[in-house]
Design a protein around this ligand. Structure first.
Ligand SMILES: [Zn+2]
Length: 242
């Protein structure tokens, strides 16, 4: 449907099953029924422009089991193992980076456009993987440290100390010594999601909790944080593939 029929697009929350579920409500002029879609961005509900919210949400609840099952499927989706071979695609800061593997007398990695040239002595999976992970860590150190500094200054906070982390289960953490740790795997996500995680950790420098005041602080710098959080929640398994 053309964008001109779009009336509004809001992030909302309703309880389904045991938990509140965030969803995006898209209202369109000329639309008749209510449509549900679950994908890597979570639940999207499309509805006519004038349908009362209570009626929309009761229709979503009628499909509660389907919605919860689809969300669970996305959450636990099996990540296909990375093929560490020529032509494989890897995500990096919103790019789909394509691997070009060659033999070299020493290990060398270089990104040209969206092609990552990887030279290794023997093009076997373990060597390619090691070279690519080292490259990701270099990208992560540069990008995360720079964005942390820029977003701290934008928020009027003295830039905290930065450490690169290899954590698999948490994207960022922060402590009372004003040290922020960010996972190198985070640069597999698009830049907007990376910025959200950084704003989240920076807000913890002012509020060491997840109170309403904390989320208001996050929202000042990252007004779209609800959507970012939902997107990170829905896709984070992809970033853990290696
Ligand atoms: Zn937090």
């Amino acid at each position: 449907m053309p964008a001109r029929d779009l009336v509004s697009r809001d992030v909302r929350r309703l309880s389904l099953g045991a938990d509140p579920v965030e969803y995006v409500l898209v209202r369109r002029r000329g639309r008749r029924g209510v449509g549900l879609k679950v994908d890597e961005n979570g639940l999207t509900v499309s509805a006519p422009s004038t349908m009362p919210l209570a009626r929309i949400e009761s229709m979503v609840r009628e499909s509660e089991r389907w919605v919860l099952r689809k969300i669970a499927e996305w959450r636990t989706r099996q990540v296909p193992p990375v093929r560490w071979e020529d032509g494989a695609e890897l995500p990096c800061l919103g790019l789909h980076v394509r691997l070009r593997i060659s033999r070299g007398s020493r290990t060398h990695t270089e990104l040209v456009g969206d092609t990552l040239h990887v030279a290794v002595r023997t093009p076997e999976a373990a060597q390619v993987r090691r070279a690519v992970v080292a490259w990701y860590k270099r990208v992560a150190r540069e990008h995360l440290e720079r964005r942390l500094r820029e977003l701290a200054l934008e928020a009027g906070i003295a830039p905290p100390r930065f450490f690169l982390s290899s954590a698999l289960a948490r994207w960022g953490s922060c402590n009372s010594r004003r040290e922020i740790r960010l996972a190198w795997r985070l640069v597999k996500a698009p830049p907007a999601l990376v910025d959200y995680v950084i704003c989240h950790e920076l807000a913890h420098l002012r509020h060491m909790n997840h109170s309403a005041a904390f989320w208001a602080e996050v929202g000042r710098q990252c007004p779209d944080y609800r959507r970012m959080r939902a997107a990170l929640f829905a896709t984070d398994h992809l970033y853990r593939a290696f």
